[in-house]
Design a protein around this ligand. Sequence first.
Ligand SMILES: C[S@@+](CC[C@H](N)C(=O)[O-])C[C@H]1O[C@@H](n2cnc3c(N)ncnc32)[C@H](O)[C@@H]1O
Length: 267
Amino acid sequence: MSRIECADNLEVLRNLPDGSVDLIYTDPPFGTGKRQRLDTIRTGTGDGVRLGFGGREYPFEVVGSMEYRDDLPFEQYLGFIEARLREMHRVLKPEGSLYLHLDHHAVHYVRVMLDVIFGADRFLNEIIWAYDYGGRHRDRWPRKHDSILWYAKGDRWTFNRDEIDRIPYMAPGLVGPEKAARGKLPTDVWWMTIVPTNSAERTGYPTQKPLSLASRIIAASSNTGDLVADFFCGSGTVGLAAQELGREYLLVDINPEAIEIATRRLG
Ligand SMILES: C[S@@+](CC[C@H](N)C(=O)[O-])C[C@H]1O[C@@H](n2cnc3c(N)ncnc32)[C@H](O)[C@@H]1O
């Protein structure tokens, strides 16, 4: 059943039957109005100069780059997202749920949209994914979090509390050694690093999300054998997490470079 498709996701969604997907975790363009581009660089040679630790300078050259477009005018962006969210709601099973990954550009508009499509009473959480990487504003608090909106289709949904990875207590001394060793369940604020630039996980695809983030969502909100879909799959992170956890996956992206990477990652 698992498959990867290179297509406009609206076409794929329109061809899916009602109530056929258990879980959607998807990370669409954020409505930034820009092209999202990531250069792959090689250090040691080239005309570029990078500032490293202790102010040391390193030569570098760009050896590859990938991009996808997120440059729709904002009004059009909202229409683009709404058409797809309506279809995502339709294809979810009655006990299915949607995790939608956004940031400060559009999350407030899209939350109202989801209240209309799913019903405000189907809102479960706004998960804050907090990280600390990259440039810092000098004139305001650095923006270092994304928002993941979680909505259920019906009045029952999957939440496997015991399958969730546990995290260290902030003050382990206050809870006793046994509890401290077990760790605690995360709240709706998740501190996780971005995919490190020099890690094996890094594919070079712009805005790639960490595997650990997708795995936490899939472990919590689906069961073995379920169908997990990502209609904006990029490098295939959701598919890889689903595969590792014994779920079926449906991945869609309009960009052939994304499909190539996702296919390679998933073997
Ligand atoms: C934020 S990226 C996803 C990154 C992904 N979560 C990862 O870990 O690599 C959004 C993706 O949506 C894709 N996309 C944009 N419009 C699309 C459409 N109409 N149909 C399918 N994919 C689309 C882009 O090509 C891009 O790969």
